[in-house]
Design a protein around this ligand. Structure first.
Ligand code: PGA
Length: 222
């Protein structure tokens, strides 16, 4: 059976002390009665907290992986303010690329996103590439796609699981072995509706993951 991907995108939230509190609460995942071997739990904190999350996860032996929320389209060099893939690989297995908030507020275009994907791949960081629908451009190297319709993000109104399934099937028809996740107003009450479909391999969770206990419930209910 394929693993179910449960991704927490903490966006631009959490200070150092709030992150410590999040982790202290989330730690009870170790006592989970569930068999978590079939669940790939990925937490994507903001850059400044990657070290904190990474150290805590190792010290406490938590069954989770880390992802970043973005990566530089360039390698190392004189690019003020950027964090490149070689720097991420110390902490992260994954990186979210092309989130609609990056496209909207930071004007990231297809060329830039392609460079980000290639840069991540070249250092062994796996992109989780966000698309808004089945027609969004997708770089060749992508193996995990997150279908995130803009209307559903942070709105409390998710897409229907039926429509998400149709879009996921269409995305998957473009390439072999593509995994498609759904994102947009997922919570512990609706997660199963998405994860029980045939073509979705998991969810990307924003707002609901800010509360560690709610994210734990999402992991359990998925
Ligand atoms: P949301 O965000 O769960 O708060 O809707 C999802 C996302 O932006 O990835």
């Amino acid at each position: 059976m394929d693993k179910l991907f449960l991704v927490a995108n903490l966006k631009s939230y959490k200070t150092q002390s709030e992150a410590n509190e999040w982790l202290e609460n989330f730690k009870i995942i170790r006592d989970s009665k569930q068999n978590l071997t079939q669940k790939e739990i990925i937490i994507c904190p903001p850059f400044q907290l990657l070290f904190t999350f990474s150290s805590y996860i190792k010290e406490n032996n938590l069954p989770v992986k880390l992802g970043a929320q973005d990566v530089s389209p360039f390698g190392e060099g004189a690019y003020t303010g950027e964090v490149n893939a070689k720097q991420l690989v110390d902490y992260c297995n994954y990186v979210i690329i092309g989130h609609s908030e990056r496209r909207q507020y930071f004007k990231e275009d297809d060329d830039m996103l392609k460079n980000k994907v290639q840069s991540a791949w070249s250092k062994g960081v796996i992109p989780i590439f966000c698309v808004q629908n089945e027609n969004t451009f997708m770089p060749e190297e992508v193996s995990i796609v997150a279908y995130e319709p803009a209307f559903a993000i942070g709105s409390g109104t998710p897409d229907t699981p039926e429509n998400a399934e149709v879009v996921a099937r269409s995305i998957r028809s473009k390439k072999n072995n593509l995994k498609v996740l759904y994102g947009g107003s997922v919570d512990s009450l609706n997660v199963k509706n998405f994860t029980s479909t045939d073509n979705l391999s998991g969810v990307l969770v924003g707002g609901a993951s800010l509360d560690p206990l709610e994210f734990l419930k999402i992991v359990e209910n998925a």
